[in-house]
Write a protein of this length. Structure first.
Length: 131
């Protein structure tokens, strides 16, 4: 696949024109150029869940996985969306960086967070999912 460089303003406009999270920047350009069909191929998990999984340390969290943690009596929540953990509107690539954003201190995110996988009924501490 070829790569093209665009400035921030163009990237921002491409992002705004996406009709859904599953629509790629390539799809937007194809639409603007009047090219037929969508050329992007769905990634693993994309068809069933509507988005890309977040993979961290060998653990795949499907799009839509819910996260929660209690810190100093307050409940914090997060959600897996398009390949990242989103907490308080910010995207994170590790559970520990998301936890640190809440605590302000170094913390093991694998022990800090619980998750509820799509279609499941019970929450699990995410450390239990690691090999």
């Amino acid at each position: 696949m070829a790569t093209i460089e665009v400035d921030f303003e163009v990237f921002k406009e491409l992002t705004v024109r996406r009709e859904s999270e599953s629509m790629t920047e390539n799809d937007v350009i194809r639409l603007l150029l009047g090219l037929e069909g969508q050329a992007s191929k769905p990634t693993a998990g994309n068809e069933a869940t509507g988005g890309n999984p977040w993979v961290c340390k060998g653990v795949a969290f499907p799009h839509g996985t819910e996260f929660r943690a209690t810190y100093k009596g307050q409940m914090y929540t997060g959600l897996v969306a398009e390949g990242a953990l989103v907490v308080q509107g910010k995207r994170f690539t590790s559970p520990s960086s998301a936890a640190v954003s809440i605590t302000g201190n170094p913390v093991n995110g694998w022990r800090f967070w619980e998750c509820l996988l799509p279609g499941k009924k019970h929450w699990k501490v995410i450390a239990e999912l690691r090999n």
